[in-house]
Design a protein around this ligand. Structure first.
Ligand code: UT7
Length: 328
């Protein structure tokens, strides 16, 4: 009997502080109207306070997930945390989350694929279930983008926000769960979306700080072009090779980077806007957290057997689409 990896629960957390377009209008030369029409974003959440890293949000999302699914932390086999803003360069944020929630019989690690990280981590976690090796895998997507956003850069500070989401993967033998994926990387995209310093190539120094090289750097218009084409391509490809018509797709779950990219992907798939999960207006681009935050928001509307297409594009470049059948 074929084992598939089914999502059997979702947890999520966003910090309390709401950063509105009106507040951004006070610090950079922008308008609510520009931000809404160019991106679809109205507000985003920001994690405030000293010594508060990405794990703070990941812990809350995983605690909610364990409570909702009635799962004992000791029963978890593996935790993968997709993040681009880990608490520390090392050790992994997944380890910090696991220790805090009492996951003591597992191994854990972080996965870096920028905005596509949650999809890459979901596909990775699924392999451990499909192989029959493990029974309970948690995949977390979490980012504190406010830690690397330059709040004097008007093109980028308006986009990003903080948040976390987590899903539980368990074996299924009735055909539910992850059924296919197309994942891609093109390292030539590095120069258009990256953090210039802080890694081993350019370790932190007084100079890198003075040059503002520890902030996210993005050539937005170039990234936009690649995102529109590639995200739509893989979403369409995954539909075609699984013989899914637009009617067969119950939901498109797109990475929330820009409403215009989401619309282009939906159009290419022929999927109407009523089938597109959308919360970019409230959270902005939370990088690895966008897709699990969507799943959490829309969980009450999901039905067993719904066909979902998850799609993302991000720095690296990285992109991909996953086809899954909702299991509850
Ligand atoms: O999630 C990971 C992948 N990332 C993405 O998918 C993001 C993709 N990129 C984008 O979403 C868009 O490129 C941005 C939202 C970042 C920027 O929007 P855009 O429509 O591509 O703007 P642009 O950078 O081409 O700039 C157009 C104009 C420029 O003015 P001039 O040179 O034409 O006079 C900018 O200076 O818009 C100006 N501009 C702004 N004006 C008001 C840029 N940001 C702002 C702003 N408010 N916040």
């Amino acid at each position: 009997m074929k084992i598939t990896a089914a999502i059997t629960g979702v947890g999520a957390y966003v910090p309390e502080y709401v950063l509105t377009n009106a507040e951004l209008e006070k610090s950079v030369d922008t308008t609510d109207e520009w931000i809404v029409t160019r991106t679809g974003i109205r507000e985003r959440r920001i994690l405030k306070g000293d010594n508060q890293g990405t794990s703070v949000m990941g812990i809350k999302a995983v605690q909610q997930l364990l409570a909702k699914t009635n799962t004992r932390p000791e029963d978890i086999d593996l935790v993968i945390c997709a993040t681009t803003t880990p608490d520390l360069v090392f050790p992994a944020t997944a380890n910090i989350i696991s220790a805090a929630v009492g996951i003591t019989n597992a191994f854990s690690y972080d996965l870096q694929a920028a905005c596509s990280g949650f999809l890459f981590a979901l596909a990775t976690g699924a392999q451990f279930i499909q192989s029959g090796l493990y029974k309970k895998v948690i995949v977390v997507g979490a980012d504190k983008m406010s830690a690397i956003v330059d709040y004097t850069d008007r093109a980028n500070c308006i986009i990003f926000g903080d948040g976390a989401g987590a899903v539980l993967l368990e074996p299924n033998t009735e055909g539910y769960g992850l059924l296919d994926h197309v994942l891609r990387t093109d390292g030539k995209g590095e120069q258009y979306l990256y953090q210039k310093a802080g890694g081993s190539r350019r370790p932190p120094s007084a100079e890198t700080v003075a040059n503002r090289e520890h902030f996210l750097y993005q050539e937005g218009a170039t990234v936009f072009k690649f995102a529109v084409t590639n995200m739509a391509d893989v979403a369409a490809q995954v539909m075609e090779r699984n013989h899914l018509s637009k009617e067969d797709v119950a939901w498109l779950v797109p990475h929330q980077a820009n409403k215009r990219i989401i619309d282009a992907t939906a159009n290419r798939m022929g999927v109407g806007s009523e089938k597109v999960m959308l919360n970019i207006d409230r959270y902005g681009n939370t990088t690895n957290a966008t897709i699990p935050l969507c799943l959490s928001d829309y969980e009450p509307q999901l039905k067993k057997g719904d066909n979902l297409i998850l799609a993302a594009f991000g720095g690296g470049f990285t992109w991909g689409a996953i086809y899954l059948k909702w299991a509850y």
